[in-house]
Design a protein around this ligand. Structure first.
Ligand SMILES: *Cc1c(COP(=O)(O)O)cnc(C)c1O
Length: 411
């Protein structure tokens, strides 16, 4: 997926920049800050920045570049196609893709020097691709230590390791990594993480006995990076944290030293006075209690705002209001109350969530309103919302900030 570049895409002749109307503003300095924060927590382990799903909605290529600038040394994605898109953008850092089907393009991955996660059946495909490309594949063997998703079961592990070593001896592949994924690291008090760490150590011992000497052993995601140093091994795979969001229920981004990188904002589309009892949006599930002023916010579920999230916060002119009535495909409504007057706020900046530092609305509040997690809220912001990247250049300061976005100037 491609989003408009930061500058220059819209000339004066083509009219106003649509990113002024609505945008997800991505602060690349916040990304760099968060990577530095996570790298410090992980040290001496290395950092793999997980940029799958278009960097959780933030824009894979600019985020990958910013993460590498700030000290990440690897990138991780789910699909080979996501990895190939990063290579096509000129990014040549070590890059792992771990979720495949029989139709995945293993040949293109080998040709592009993309590391391939292997849970079992993929091994034959990977070896066939290496033969065809006349180039050894780079493989990370994955063991299922308890999550029950991909990865070889402990029973199948011996055999997978044995076969991989044979192919390695034949020069068809190199086992670069061994990895697994945690199930409950966001709940540090639960005992299952200890069991997964023990199972991972056993799998490593088996692989080492079979003659595997991996460059990187990796297990930790964001919550484990922040709460469990014993899961760090040689490298951590961090996604949520680089976007500045907290994986823990009781802890905010700020408490973890992280800065939310995405601001979702638009302009008030219409602002009008209505009488007491005015119904609002499909189903008329909300009615004004007094004569009041309604403001129309031109974002809806086609933009990725969850339809169920009535009550989610929108800040206009320094004050935060809950969404009233149903969220529709393109729009939603806030009730400014009886004190507001007429069209005063038409065209005003409306912020759904941002960095949260000045008491503004947060991704976490939207997640609560929608009955989901912060991961899903940002990841689902749809391609209809243009991404606008600020602080792209490490050396630049406030010069390229978006005028009118609250709280972005000092980041
Ligand atoms: C998505 C993913 C991660 C990143 O998890 P976060 O909780 O976002 O840090 C790490 N490893 C794997 C295998 C993943 O699928």
């Amino acid at each position: 997926m491609t989003y408009p570049a930061t500058t220059g895409e819209f000339s004066a002749a083509s009219g106003p920049d649509p990113r002024h109307e609505r945008s997800a503003v991505i602060d690349l300095e916040a990304i760099r800050h968060n990577v530095r924060r996570l790298a410090a927590a992980a040290s001496p382990a290395k950092v793999m920045a997980v940029v799958k799903a278009d960097a959780y909605g933030h824009g894979a290529v600019p985020v990958a570049r910013a993460a590498l600038q700030a000290g990440a040394s690897w990138l991780g994605v789910a699909h080979i196609s996501e990895a190939l898109a990063l290579r096509a953008a000129g990014i040549d850092a070590p890059l792992l893709a771990w979720l495949h089907t029989t139709d995945s393009n293993f040949g293109a991955a080998v040709a592009a020097g993309v590391d391939i996660g292997c849970s079992g059946w993929e091994l034959e495909r990977i070896v066939a691709a290496a033969r065809e490309q006349e180039r050894p594949a780079r493989v990370h063997l994955k063991v299922d230590t308890g999550l029950g998703r991909n990865g070889a079961t402990p029973e199948a592990w011996d055999r997978l390791v044995g076969e991989a070593v044979e192919y390695q001896d034949q020069g068809l592949l190199r086992v670069v990594g061994i990895f697994s994924h945690l199930a409950v690291a966001d709940e540090p008090e639960r005992p299952e993480t200890d069991q997964q760490v023990a199972a991972f150590r056993e799998a490593l011992a088996i692989a080492e006995d079979a003659g595997v000497d991996p460059e990187v052993r990796h297990l930790a995601n964001t919550p484990a990076t922040l709460s469990r140093p014993d899961t760090h091994f040689d490298m951590v795979r961090v996604g949520l944290g680089i976007y500045g969001l907290s994986p823990f229920d009781g802890q905010t981004s700020a408490e973890l030293g992280l800065r939310p990188a995405m601001t979702l904002r638009t302009l008030v589309s219409q602002c009008k006075e209505v009488p007491e009892g005015q119904g609002v949006s499909y189903g008329l599930h909300y009615r004004t209690r007094t004569a009041s002023t309604l403001a129309l916010i031109p974002l809806g579920y086609a933009d990725g705002v969850p339809r169920v999230a009535t009550g989610g916060p929108v800040r206009v002119a320094g004050k935060t209001y809950p969404v009233v009535g149903r969220i529709a495909m393109d729009q939603m409504v806030i009730d400014l109350g009886p004190e507001a007057s007429g069209a005063a706020l038409q065209g005003a900046e409306a912020e759904l969530f941002g960095n949260g530092v000045d008491g503004g609305p947060t991704v976490d509040e939207w997640a609560r309103a929608a009955g989901t997690i912060n991961y899903e809220v940002v990841t689902r912001i749809s391609p209809r919302v243009p991404r606008r990247f600020i602080n792209e250049d490490e050396r630049a300061d406030a010069g390229n900030n978006l005028v009118g976005v609250p709280g972005k100037g000092a980041a």
